[in-house]
Design a protein around this ligand. Structure first.
Ligand SMILES: N[C@@H]1[C@@H](O)[C@H](O)[C@@H](COP(=O)(O)O)O[C@@H]1O
Length: 403
């Protein structure tokens, strides 16, 4: 099926989408795959392809949402080195006419307290420099916490209310900070309540130390406090998309994905979110178990081969009916034609990968030696088999000892 015949293209042609834009490279088509309800992990080769996946995804989400002034798309945004590539791609796509931010309302995650917003290291400056100045977002729709507000607590309360009034955040993009690689989200450092909301936060000494490189290595100039959305503020978003790249973040990814939900790794709260998408590069997977990587890869592979994406990038938004509608990709291949390889559908980021072999290990009893010392054809040479006495209950052991 060619892209032009896709349902996404039809949606565009019928005027249900933003007709003046070209479909985003990974824009989706619709069908009826199952609802989501689990973490998705997307692994790409490097930082650039991970950023590309996310920018394509955001473009697709906004375009299929078809925002209007009455029904804007509410986007949560981070600063940081990892999202820089995402912003670069979004700006380029905007310049190519693939996406408009005119009806997008943004809420940034955090901001330092006490530095002027014009300061080159303020998050205001970062956002205008990397994104806002290059796209058609309405300045009235940009929301960034004011770290110079007279009443900081009031500023935080008002921010939460503004998010609520905007209808809640549709998609919150985030990174995890590089500092100590503790898997924190926004400025919710270890020990932050997983129920926390927008608030004033005293920064950990290590964070201040790490940030000093941006302030001429002069500790006295580094902000000691910040305003930040809370973990719960992020969790309240309809969807959370996180970018994690580089080997230095691999332990944090491992803890957040394979460990339990824990306030020392605040991103781990995402395990409780029904629409969490983490996009990583190969390096960030270094600490993950091989079976975890295989599992998530196989899910992406199978979904693609069946013509389904895994995200919310398409679907009926109005009336919040999206759960029952996901994308059908214009996959040029099917499992039947793939001959051992399932190619990523046209226009969708990805590489050709070998079909993931069986992931589920054989049941334990099948791997245990059978009578006579053979374990599924493997002789346990040189090992003597011993009679193992039957296990006795405690009272039986006491009785036999006394006898
Ligand atoms: N407080 C900021 C976050 O708002 C930001 O999202 C993160 C990004 O870190 P990186 O640049 O490593 O992606 O850094 C810090 O933690």
């Amino acid at each position: 099926m060619s892209r032009d015949n896709s349902v996404a293209s039809q949606v565009m042609k019928e005027g249900r989408g933003p007709g003046s834009f070209t479909a985003a490279p990974c824009s989706a088509t619709l069908t009826n795959p199952p609802a989501q309800g689990r973490m998705r992990l997307i692994i790409r080769d490097d930082k650039a392809t991970a950023a590309k996946y996310i920018s394509d995804y955001i473009i697709s989400r906004i375009n299929s949402f078809a925002p209007t002034p009455e029904k804007p798309f509410v986007l949560g945004l981070p600063t940081g080195s990892s999202p820089e590539g995402v912003y670069k791609n979004l700006v380029a796509a905007h310049k190519n006419g693939e996406i408009s931010f005119r009806n997008v309302v943004t809420f940034n995650m955090d901001e330092y307290v006490g530095i002027p917003r014009e300061h080159p290291e303020s998050y205001h400056s970062f956002m205008y420099h990397h994104f806002f100045s290059h796209v058609d977002v309405d300045p009235a729709n940009i929301n960034i916490l004011n770290g110079n507000a007279e009443d900081l607590e009031e500023e935080c309360i008002a921010y939460e209310e503004k998010i609520k009034r905007a209808g809640g955040i549709e998609l919150f993009l985030g990174g995890i900070g590089p500092d100590r690689c503790d898997g924190h989200i926004a400025f919710n450092e270890p020990g932050s309540s997983l129920r926390s909301r927008t608030r004033v936060k005293t920064l950990a000494y290590d964070t201040i130390l790490a940030n000093s490189r941006f302030f001429g290595n002069d500790l006295s100039k580094v902000p000691k406090m910040a305003l930040t959305v809370g973990v719960q503020t992020v969790m309240d978003a309809r969807e959370v998309v996180i970018i994690i790249t580089g080997p230095h973040k691999s332990l944090a990814l491992q803890r957040c994905l394979e460990g339990g939900v824990n306030h020392m790794w605040t991103l781990s709260a995402l395990q409780l979110h029904p629409y969490a998408l983490i996009v990583v590069d190969e390096d960030a997977t270094l600490e993950l178990q091989v079976k975890t990587v295989k599992y998530f890869r196989s899910i992406e592979l199978v979904a693609s081969s069946q013509g389904f994406g895994q995200g919310l990038e398409s679907g009926e938004v109005v009336g919040r009916k999206r759960d029952s509608v996901l994308e059908r990709l214009d996959s040029p291949t099917s499992p039947k034609t793939g001959e051992g390889y399932l190619a990523a559908p046209e226009g969708r980021p990805g590489v050709r990968r070998a079909v993931t072999p069986e992931l589920v290990p054989d049941p334990m009893h099948e791997r245990l030696p059978e009578e006579g010392g053979a374990a599924r054809g493997l002789e346990l040479e040189g090992l003597e088999t011993k009679e193992v006495p039957p296990l006795l209950a405690m009272h039986e052991r006491v009785d036999s000892a006394q006898a």
